[in-house]
Design a protein. Sequence first.
Length: 232
Amino acid sequence: MEATEIRRLIALENHHWWYRERRAILRRELRGLGRPGRALDIGAAGGGNTRVLAEAGWDATATDSSETAVELARQRGVKAVWADARALPFERDSMDLVTAFDVLEHIREDHLVTEEIARVLAPGGHALIAVPCDMALWSAHDHAVGHVRRYHRDSLTGVVEKAGLQVQRVWSWNVLLRPLVVRHRRRSRGSDLRKMPAVVNAGLSAIVAAERYLPVKSLKGVSLFLHARLGA
């Protein structure tokens, strides 16, 4: 992700419906992982998810391949280091949790990233991964933010399992708004990252939050989430 996109993300993430709900998903998932330990947030950009980890009691470190992102995260009080996700500067078995939200789709050698996740995880450790799904949604937005692919369930679980991780659960997100996204992406000319009117933002927040309570996670959405573990 380019420096301009990272700065735009940081400016938006505290209020934008997309990022607020994804933070809420992360908080809910953390509650089911047991006692906090060491956590690594790969592709952390400005460290928004890393701060969620720290607030939940994890000893969390952010990494990003952008020096701009690392510096901005540090300015926000986040422990951050520069790192290539394909060759992480951390010891084997050193992490209890690794998060990688919107990372794999940026890297052609995505298998190297999942192999690194498996390497740094301690036995029994957890991985939480999020990716954009379905090449039918491919648009100018994907080009603008540096995507090289979108995933289907089989391609995501395949690259995770090949690394030696055991998939616990895969689910779709942003299902209810998918028809609106499809329509918007057909007319897209660039990144979707932009400020929107408060009333629109509130309406979209309410719609996507409803997915917490509806049986829609097996349907087609805009993103996929995955929880995996490294065998003990």
